[in-house]
Design a protein around this ligand. Structure first.
Ligand code: NAD
Length: 495
């Protein structure tokens, strides 16, 4: 892949940054220079918001019938599939993730776009007709207005596509703020959207640092809503900033998911799901199944088989098709993951797999950590409680269903959890008690576009995907209509 230079994308065209400054992205896998992104400031944000607002006010998008919006979304999905290989390379290189998974993420993003297109046909309200013959009540839904989409670096496309096609389906223009580490794919999408025929000014991308570009977007008086995916720390900051103008906020934040494995589960399937759940995307995944809760009677055998499998996971360069774990996002994050591994050891957990930086051969210039497993982990250990965002699994045993539920819920987060059992009663009863927006049963990280995604507790609020994902971007309006002659309420004032 060749070195890429990107500008902002504003009003359907490239625009150089007002500052003339750029941010370089160096590969986390081999240290080579990959790309250069415009370093945005408040002037760039203001220019993009002005275009989005002008488009919204003109009605050039919100007045377009949903069926037409759907056609353009479908065309965008077609173009993403056409260019899936190229987009996957950009995603894999900038994030450091395995190309084999990156390709699937591009196709999944296209799938979400097709689903959102189907919703654009069906935006509807309600009519209340039994209010008496002379009254009618209408509930309708309108586009919220200009929306700021702020996304992180771990799944640049998937996180964007849990928002973008739904906002467009709802009739909202957007200003996208991708991560300064992984901005390439969002800019490529903006170009594809122009090719698909979306109007200029509808999809704008301003790249740069969160504290500058993201902050200005959140404060901007003409932005009606911020849809944010990222850390709980920044999410809280955004909610506080947005509160000044009561700008609406949807927050997809951190997680600390548990995978609960009961002794009566298909343990072969659970081994595969638990391992995949913690190694996907190097563990840099908000719903990574980082806490294995395993029934004590099967724990020893399960863990020894898990370690054997973990040792076979292929850690390698992102563009190698065989790679299953790529590079961590940057040096500082590598240090953070390694320091959590130290903390785990210091607090008394037992390291049974991995646990160090890998530097052999072609891995020497990158930030690689293989699957890492700790047993004897207690709920007060920091590795049980804090989001590590690396391929680090903690193992804790339980003996009763109640204990399993209580351990799973013993976290500030509530994004996802998994559970494994062949007992239908247990599966349904436990899933109802798990405090998370998603529960995977007898699988992990598998879902469908129809199912909403979002968090309980400090994993955020608001929902993406499903019909709820569309409704995030719609305001509700009530219209009460009096039919026929109206009896005056102030008859004494009549002339
Ligand atoms: P982050 O919070 O550091 O940054 C996310 C985005 O916010 C980036 O674009 C960043 O530039 C921007 N930003 C930073 N400071 C800002 C500010 N003050 N105002 C406005 N924008 C600002 O997160 P990250 O390190 O890029 O991503 C990792 C985090 O994202 C993890 O905590 C992970 O759990 C979370 N995540 C959550 C989900 C989910 O759906 N719940 C999905 C993926 C990642």
């Amino acid at each position: 892949m060749t070195f890429r230079t990107y500008q902002h994308w504003i009003n359907g065209a490239e625009q150089a940054p007002a500052s003339q400054a750029y941010i370089e992205r160096v590969s986390p896998a081999h240290g080579g220079l990959l790309a250069k992104f415009a370093s945005g400031n408040e002037h760039d944000v203001d220019a993009a918001v002005a275009q989005a607002k002008a488009l919204h006010t003109s009605g050039a998008w919100q007045s377009v019938p949903g069926s037409e919006r759907a056609k353009l979304l479908t065309r965008l999905a077609d173009l993403m599939e056409r260019d899936a290989d190229r987009l996957a390379v950009i995603e894999a290189e900038e994030v450091g993730k395995p190309i084999a998974y990156a390709k699937g993420e591009v196709l999944w993003s296209a799938e979400l776009t097709r689903f959102a297109a189907s919703l654009a046909w069906q935006i509807k309200g309600e009519a209340y007709t039994h209010l008496g013959d002379d009254k009618l009540g209408l509930v309708t839904r309108e586009a919220r207005g200009v929306v700021g989409l702020i996304v992180p670096w771990n799944f640049p496309l998937v996180c964007l596509f849990q928002k973008l096609p739904y906002a467009l389906a709802a009739g909202c223009p957007v200003v996208i703020k991708p991560s300064e580490l992984t901005s390439g794919s969002a800019l490529e999408i903006a170009r594809l959207a122009a090719e698909a025929g979306f109007p200029a000014g509808l999809i704008n991308v301003v790249t740069g640092r969160g504290a500058v570009v993201g902050e200005r977007l959140t404060r901007h008086p003409d932005v009606s809503m911020i849809s944010f995916t990222g850390s709980t720390r920044v999410g809280k900051q955004i909610a506080a900033t947005a509160a000044a103008d009561l700008t609406r906020v949807a927050l997809e934040l951190g997680g600390k998911a548990a995978n609960v494995v009961f002794a009566d589960a298909d343990l072969e399937a659970a081994l595969d799901g638990v391992l995949f759940g913690v190694i996907l995307n190097q563990g840099e995944e908000c719903v990574a199944g980082t806490r294995l809760l395993i029934e004590a009677s099967v724990a020893d055998e399960f863990v020894s088989k898990l370690v054997a499998r973990a040792n076979k996971v292929v850690v390698g360069l992102p563009l190698d098709e065989k790679t299953q774990i790529g590079a961590l996002i940057h040096a500082q994050h590598l240090e953070s993951v390694l320091s959590y591994i130290d903390i785990g050891k210091q607090q008394g957990a037992r390291l049974v797999c991995g646990g160090e930086r890998l530097t052999d051969g072609e891995l020497g210039e990158g930030y690689f950590v293989g699957p890492t497993i700790f047993t004897e982990v207690q709920p007060h250990h920091r590795i049980f409680r804090e989001e590590i965002f690396g391929p680090v699994l903690t193992v804790t045993t339980f003996t009763t269903v109640e204990q399993a539920i209580s351990l799973a819920n013993d976290t500030d987060y509530g994004l996802g959890n998994g559970l494994w059992t062949k007992d239908v009663d247990k599966a349904l009863q436990v899933s109802q008690k798990l405090q998370s927006g998603t529960v995977f049963v007898n699988t992990y990280l598998e879902t469908a576009p129809q199912l909403p995604f979002g968090g309980f507790k400090q994993s955020g609020y608001g929902r993406e995907n499903g019909v709820d994902g569309l409704h995030e971007f719609l305001e509700v309006k009530s219209t009460f209509i009096k039919l026929g002659a109206r009896s005056p309420l102030l008859p004494n004032t009549l002339g």
